[in-house]
Write a protein that binds this ligand. Structure first.
Ligand SMILES: Nc1ncnc2c1ncn2[C@@H]1O[C@H](COP(=O)(O)OP(=O)(O)OP(=O)(O)O)[C@@H](O)[C@H]1O
Length: 355
């Protein structure tokens, strides 16, 4: 069941700036689509508009080709999981999962069978008689998924479902959700502000900024070809460098990369460089445009299998580089040293821009 959002606009205060402004996108059938963006970008509001929990000022929501804009929440066939567990505290896990089913007038045996199936699906077969207070945060969230999926929704909406959990559980559950989705195949729309989660888990990403869609596409597309300075600054951990076009090249202090073909002499540029796209060497490499750029190692930080190197350019700009630990040891530099930096690739934007 695909979801098509057409020109949705929502203002919470008359005359104020819209929380969602003329938003259109498609969430493809059977895929996980992520709405990714900073806080206040309008992600949750879009999800609530699709669920029918808010009414839009203008625009339409089509689920599998049917206009659902006016349809009451219960008739949309949607399962929702929020960040806060929203489980009933006085009910057992089984009762929580059965909740939506009982309302649908199914026989007791049918309900019990479906609850068993859901408990197996979320791997909590042993915990059906516990109450939410007797579960860990991760387990509670799995119950919330079981409850949302029990009604056989045609669409699953997830609003920061792992937002309240610690990093380790969050990463585990991300993998778990991926497997769950492979088993169920339910069209899913996930709201997150965590780009790693978005890039890892989804087949389609919609980047939001200030109530609007900044870019939509496959995760690799967005990562490799950010369409605007905002997207480049938000995704990929890029460092941003300012500079100018000179002789067909974008010069940012000591670092130089090829300028886009449309660039004219003297134009301002903004270059976004990913942390693994700078090659460091003790001696000038001489094979890149800027193989001889000497820059200062400002700070070093070892993080697991790689080392984060913060470089300071002669113009005062800083650039973050990630070097695999083995490579770093061969490089043999300490804070305060000078190294030669070669930018292997950068995304360059020319002209007037704002982030
Ligand atoms: N019920 C409401 N009443 C008034 N303003 C609201 C309401 N809900 C959201 N907003 C405003 O709409 C804008 C978008 O909020 P929304 O929660 O959709 O953003 P978000 O991208 O999901 O952010 P977050 O990640 O922080 O949840 C914000 O400026 C927010 O303050």
């Amino acid at each position: 069941m695909s979801v098509i959002v057409e020109k949705l606009t929502k203002r919470f205060t008359a005359g104020g700036s819209p929380a969602v402004a003329d938003v259109s996108f498609e969430a493809p059938t059977g895929a996980i689509t992520t709405l990714l963006g900073p806080s206040g970008a309008g992600k949750s509001t879009i999800l609530r508009l699709i669920a029918g929990l808010e009414t839009s000022d203008t625009g339409r929501v089509l689920i599998d080709g049917t206009d659902c804009t006016e349809l009451p929440v219960q008739q949309r066939g949607i399962g929702v999981v929020f960040q806060s567990y929203a489980l009933f505290r006085h009910m057992t896990v089984r009762e929580n999962i059965a909740f939506g089913l009982s309302v649908r007038r199914q026989s007791k045996a049918e309900v019990e069978a479906r609850v068993d199936e859901m408990l197996r699906l979320v791997q909590l077969e042993e915990l059906g008689q516990r109450t939410p207070a007797q579960l860990s945060g991760g387990q509670r969230q799995r119950v919330a998924f079981a409850r949302a999926l029990a009604i056989r929704p045609r669409l699953l909406l997830l609003d920061e479902p792992f937002g309240a959990l610690d990093t380790r559980v969050r990463v585990e559950l991300r993998e778990w959700l991926h497997e769950l989705h492979t088993l169920t195949g339910v069209t899913t729309l996930l709201v997150t502000h965590d780009q790693e989660e978005a890039l890892e888990i989804s087949q389609h990403v919609v980047i939001m900024s200030e109530g609007r869609v900044a870019q939509a596409g496959a995760p690799a597309d967005i990562y490799d070809r950010p369409a605007t300075p905002f997207v480049a600054s938000f995704v990929g951990g890029n460092s941003m460098l300012k500079g100018q076009v000179r002789e067909g090249r974008a010069e940012m202090g000591a670092l130089i990369v090829a300028a886009p073909q449309s660039a004219r002499e003297g134009q301002a540029v903004q270059a976004f460089v990913r942390p693994h796209d700078i090659k460091l060497a003790k001696k000038p490499a001489g094979n890149g445009l800027n193989g001889n750029a000497a820059v200062r190692v400002e700070r070093l930080k070892s993080v697991g299998g790689y080392v984060k190197v913060l470089l300071k350019l002669p113009n005062g700009d800083t650039v973050a580089v990630e070097v695999p630990r083995g490579e770093f040891e061969e490089l043999g530099v300490v804070e305060g040293d000078s190294v030669h930096a070669d930018v292997r690739s950068a995304r360059v934007f020319v002209g007037d821009f704002s982030i």
